[in-house]
Design a protein around this ligand. Structure first.
Ligand code: SAM
Ligand code: MD0
Ligand code: SF4
Length: 367
């Protein structure tokens, strides 16, 4: 047995005992190529997940309510200068119908996502309708709510929190500032990061995320995982870059899925009791099993069929076929020995985390 074999087992052992991993340990794991080691990494990740979540998986409904955006992120189909993108802005009634249909089907959370729609960013209270929408979705579905509208002010975060939002999602994509500037053109790295800290001060749980395959190195990924820990994000994700028609990165290739799967597993080793998505938005239904087997514990991007709502990285894939539904994913859970959590189990997890964040924070903002 060579030295690297011992090193590998030593790192997995440390992770299983919840001892901290160094940046070098993380890079070592991200770079493994031996199939037995890869399988071992995934098994260790799943064992850690099951230790904290008892084989119960959370299900998130996704409602992309506006695909208009003022930004020009190079990787995104919905960037403002893409004339080929699929644009719509759904009405309150349409969003409520979709949210109710998702709730009925058995999801645990409704994720209200949009581009940075110029209508939201108007000076005369553009976020008012979104805040009302959050209130109404919460009231009518009784589910947990996530808001993902892009970078917003502290006042908007407080408004969302008061209206009943539980989560704020906003992904840095990378924590390499030079790479960030190439991906999120004319946007501030610091503002995007500090907005997540502000969200926690408003009592919201936070989701942080990175893209795989956009020019990052192994050490960039390790840095990102460290920053996710510094932030204290409650849900941490990685999605493989999918090239989009009409964008500057249209001809760039999508990375090997092994990269995303290894990052999911390493995230689980670093953050065993946090939430890690298996997104249906990258490889649709076909990519679900491998992500769960790498240690993910949330299925995201469940979309109601036939209502004209889009995904982000896969704007159409599997949606109207009905595969991105609770009915579609339950058999996969069953096949691999997992099950859907109950709505009550999910709510209890969220409320316990929000309590840890401190309703003190809410008092501090004068509520
Ligand atoms: N507009 C908001 C924002 O940027 O924060 C929320 C929606 S945004 C479309 C959601 C996320 O989708 C991005 O942060 C990015 O991680 C992911 N995404 C966008 N385009 C993608 C692509 N081509 N491939 C993979 N993921 C992508
Ligand atoms: C997903 N398409 O969960 C969604 C999206 C935004 N909060 C989430 C990237 O995969
Ligand atoms: Fe807009 Fe979000 Fe797409 Fe960037 S990633 S162009 S902010 S929708």
């Amino acid at each position: 047995m060579d030295e690297s074999f011992y090193r590998f087992h030593n790192i997995l052992q440390k992770a299983s005992e919840r001892r901290p991993l160094s940046r070098q340990d993380v890079e070592f794991l991200l770079d493994i190529t031996n199939q037995d080691q890869i399988n071992n990494l995934f098994e260790t990740a799943c064992a850690l997940r099951d230790r904290y979540f008892e084989k119960k998986i959370f299900l998130y409904g996704f409602v992309y309510f506006s695909t208009w955006c003022r930004n020009d992120c190079t990787f995104c189909f919905y960037r403002k200068s893409n004339s080929q993108s699929y644009r719509y802005r759904k009405s309150k009634g349409e969003v409520l119908d979709a949210a109710l249909e998702l709730a009925e089907s058995g999801v645990h959370l409704i994720d209200l996502t949009s581009g940075e729609d110029p209508l939201l960013y108007r000076d005369d209270g553009g976020f008012g309708p979104l805040i009302d929408l959050v209130k109404e979705v919460k009231k009518q579905t009784g589910l947990m709510v996530m808001a993902s509208p892009g970078v917003v002010t502290g006042d908007v975060l407080n408004g969302l929190s008061l209206a009943g939002a539980d989560w704020y999602a906003c992904y840095q994509e990378t924590h390499n500032r030079q790479l960030f500037d190439k991906l999120r053109l004319d946007q501030s790295y610091d503002l995007r990061y500090t907005t997540k800290q502000k969200a926690m001060n408003s009592g919201l749980l936070v989701e942080e995320g990175i893209l795989a395959g956009v020019g990052e190195s192994t050490s960039d990924i390790a840095l990102s995982l460290e920053r996710m820990g510094d932030l204290g994000a409650h849900q941490v994700r990685v999605m493989s870059f999918i090239p989009q028609m009409g964008t500057p990165l249209e001809a760039k290739s999508t990375p090997s899925r092994l990269k995303e799967l290894k990052i999911i597993a390493v995230l689980r080793l670093l953050f065993p009791e946090r939430l890690i998505p298996a997104s249906l938005d990258v490889d649709g239904f076909a990519g679900l099993r491998s992500r769960l087997n790498a240690g993910a514990n949330v299925i995201t991007s469940i979309i109601p069929p036939s209502l004209g709502f889009a995904g982000v990285a896969q704007s159409k894939r599997d949606i109207d076929e009905g595969y991105r539904t609770v009915q579609g994913v339950l058999p996969v859970l069953d096949e691999i020995g997992l099950k859907a959590a109950t709505k009550e189990e999910y709510s209890a997890w969220v409320l316990a985390q929000r309590e840890k964040l401190g309703y003190k924070a809410r008092e501090a903002v004068g509520v």
